[in-house]
Write a protein that binds this ligand. Structure first.
Ligand code: P6P
Length: 335
């Protein structure tokens, strides 16, 4: 039987082979993986852990926080503060950035995360996950401010997520393809279970919250109507639909078997570009998808090219199988 390759060995060998993972970044990724393992243990306790339900508080998005949202955020903060690899962190659950306390050595990386994405699914035992993105701190000035985080997604040096489902799986890219690691609970370590992940360019599966159809813009309605028209329609094939309402779970399915995920702008809150957040949801997922041969746009532009103006800004998201994302993007741009 082939020898199991742990996350640590994979990162060491990647670092040794092409130097794409400097020592500090390798440490960062191992610390984040350990934090995800702790979050997985808390999530998997379910009702037995006394951590389900609402925390009776709201986050910066004005969303009610679940107890596990706050626990997951704290796990990631505490795990990453002391290692000397980070200068600061940003989280969906925190209004402003969190500086590494001066009592610890300051590192050269910035870590952004959604500590527990899809948390509305926690209480109904449906897959949820942690999403993370890593940027380099600009070195042209001392200290760190929020503006240092406002870098386009193309500047990421690492991105990934950990999906807490039937298995706990860490999915990671450092710009050299996408690898998947499954948590071996007996050993307590992440083991390489797939590398060089590839998304099929075509698909018969789309993911969107259909209850919002009456609020969509015409290009989205056209695309979905054509999928629904099936074999007899302009697409000449039948489509299937999936919507888990947990971005990590929907993206993991797409990385595993293809598909297109859409969370478009809609008329419900026209002042917002979309529901999902650019910095710690769309950017990391867009890079993973592109590294796996897929595409990711906001309907008009490549997500990774977008220049952020606010830490918690939102964006419309179309990502997955390249030919489908290009089609729905062309419907928007008329190209
Ligand atoms: P809706 C979860 O709250 C989330 O941010 C994503 O994980 C998910 O794709 C989306 O929102 C679900 O939104 O409006 O369908 O509940």
């Amino acid at each position: 039987m082939a020898q199991k390759v742990s996350l640590t060995r994979y990162l060491v060998e990647q670092q040794r082979v092409d130097g794409s993972i400097p020592a500090q970044l390798r440490l960062l990724l191992e610390v984040v993986a350990r934090a995800c393992k702790s979050i997985s243990m808390a999530v998997n306790k379910g009702a037995l852990g006394g951590v389900l339900g609402s925390a009776e508080s709201e986050n910066v998005q004005g969303e009610v926080q679940k107890k596990l949202d706050i626990i997951s955020n704290e796990v990631l903060i505490e795990a990453n503060e002391w290692g000397g690899h980070l200068a600061a962190m940003a989280s969906e659950e925190m209004d402003s950035i969190h500086l590494v306390p001066s009592r610890y050595p300051q590192g050269e990386y910035l870590l952004l995360f959604d500590p527990l994405d899809g948390s509305s699914n926690i209480d109904v035992n449906v897959s949820i996950g942690t999403i993370f993105s890593v940027l380099k701190k600009p070195d042209d000035h001392p200290g760190v401010q929020e503006a240092d985080f406002l870098q386009a997604g193309a500047k990421q040096v690492a991105a990934g997520y950990c999906v807490y489902g039937p298995s706990t799986t860490l999915v990671l890219t450092v710009g050299d393809g996408v690898a998947m690691f499954t948590l071996d609970r007996e050993q307590g370590s992440f083991v390489l279970t797939q590398e060089n992940v590839q998304i099929p360019a075509d698909t018969k599966e789309f993911a969107i919250n259909m209850s919002n159809m009456r609020h969509w813009d015409a290009p989205v309605k056209r695309y979905v109507d054509e999928c629904l028209a099936g074999k007899e329609g302009p697409r000449g094939k039948d489509f299937n639909m999936r919507w888990i309402a947990s971005m990590v779970a929907d993206v993991h399915r797409i990385l595993t078997r293809g598909g297109i995920f859409m969370y478009p702008w809609d008329k419900r809150e026209p002042e917002k570009a979309g529901k999902l957040r650019l910095m710690y949801e769309a950017n990391p997922m867009a890079w993973l998808v592109e590294q796996a041969g897929g595409a990711a746009t906001n309907g008009r532009q490549r997500i990774l090219d977008l220049q952020p103006t606010k830490l918690h800004e939102r964006v419309a998201v179309f990502l997955g199988s390249k030919n489908e994302v290009e089609r729905v993007t062309e419907y928007h741009t008329g190209a």
